[in-house]
Design a protein around this ligand. Structure first.
Ligand SMILES: Cc1cc2nc3c(=O)[nH]c(=O)nc-3n(C[C@H](O)[C@H](O)[C@H](O)COP(=O)(O)OP(=O)(O)OC[C@H]3O[C@@H](n4cnc5c(N)ncnc54)[C@H](O)[C@@H]3O)c2cc1C
Ligand code: FES
Length: 268
């Protein structure tokens, strides 16, 4: 039987500096790589450790894939020191991913905060490709400062297909857009709640306030989808590290409806 803990070797074929503390790594395995938007991989830096990262690239590209990584501690710092041509380990893809087929015919409202746009980018690339299956698509994206916005050039390109709205908590002398936490965008953009699915990913405090706003404007808890983060080890439902309520985030998630988790203490 194949050892599920044994990583496959992936070559780093490109590294892009997105912000002072976020890099996007393009990785290539020997074989093709297939995944669903919203899934994640366990990435290992040899001699350092392993951590989960959401897949941020398009599912239609199968000869390579991307993860965007924010420097947070030991492993992510070690990963940031890697260059094109270096190797890392990959297990996965893991997790459930977004139930995009269930959303056909609906409006979609995507709300991202900071590096939380990473798994949402994979979803956005899918939705752009399958645009005729869905109605209107809104993206509300917030970051701390203009320097902390990820995928800057793509945000501009996505305007051709989606209603893109961006805000920063603190502006600088060159910023001409919205200023304030991402939830201020709910006052600027009128989002109709009917036939509308909301997909949220970002820091816990941001998710809490976004859910509050979505509920206030009439989204039901079944129509709010959240990507949850928990400390993970195995990534495959064996170790129990990522347990919340009756769920393992690695296997039952990381995508949950708010309905599934709203009665769990501190779900975000
Ligand atoms: C399903 C999933 C998908 C993820 N996707 C991404 C992604 O696309 N890009 C990205 O940059 N990060 C992502 N993360 C978070 C990433 O796994 C952590 O930042 C990473 O494990 C930190 O490792 P480290 O050794 O560098 O830092 P550590 O030394 O382990 O930690 C540094 C700090 O971050 C905190 N921390 C570590 N892991 C987590 C976590 N899972 N949730 C909250 N706080 C944490 C620690 O408490 C500590 O304060 C994801 C996490 C999960 C569970
Ligand atoms: S990470 Fe081990 S059970 Fe989820």
């Amino acid at each position: 039987m194949e050892n599920p803990y044994l990583p496959k070797i992936a070559k780093i074929i490109n590294v892009k500096q997105e912000t002072p503390i976020v890099k996007t790594f393009t990785l290539k395995l020997e074989e093709e790589f297939h995944f669903k938007p919203g899934q994640f991989v366990e990435l290992s830096v040899f001699g350092v450790g392993e951590a989960p990262f959401g897949l941020s690239s398009s599912l239609y590209t199968t000869d390579k894939f991307e993860v965007s990584v924010m420097k947070a501690g030991k492993l992510t710092e070690a990963l940031h020191s890697k260059k094109t041509g270096d190797y890392v380990g990959i297990r996965g893809p893991y997790g459930n991913g977004y139930p995009v087929e269930k959303w056909v015919g609906k409006n979609i409202t995507i709300v991202g905060g900071g590096i939380g746009l990473s798994p949402l980018r994979s979803l956005i690339l899918y939705l752009i490709n399958e645009k005729e299956k869905y109605k209107n698509i809104w993206l509300l994206y917030g970051a701390k400062t203009p320097h902390d916005l990820v995928y800057k050039e793509e945000l501009a390109q996505w305007r051709d297909s989606l209603n893109v709205n961006v805000s920063v908590d603190v502006s600088d002398e060159n910023w001409v857009g919205n200023v304030g936490v991402v939830t201020i965008l709910f006052d600027i953009v009128k989002i109709p709640p009917s036939e509308n699915i909301s997909v949220v990913c970002g820091p816990p405090i941001m998710m809490k306030f976004v859910v509050r706003n979505l509920t206030k404007i009439g989204f039901t808890s079944e129509n709010i989808y959240l990507s949850l983060e928990r400390m993970m080890k195995c990534g495959i439902g064996k170790c129990g590290h990522c347990n919340i309520g009756k769920y393992y985030v690695c296997q039952d998630g990381p995508v949950f409806t708010y309905e599934q988790v709203k009665d769990i203490p501190s779900p975000f």
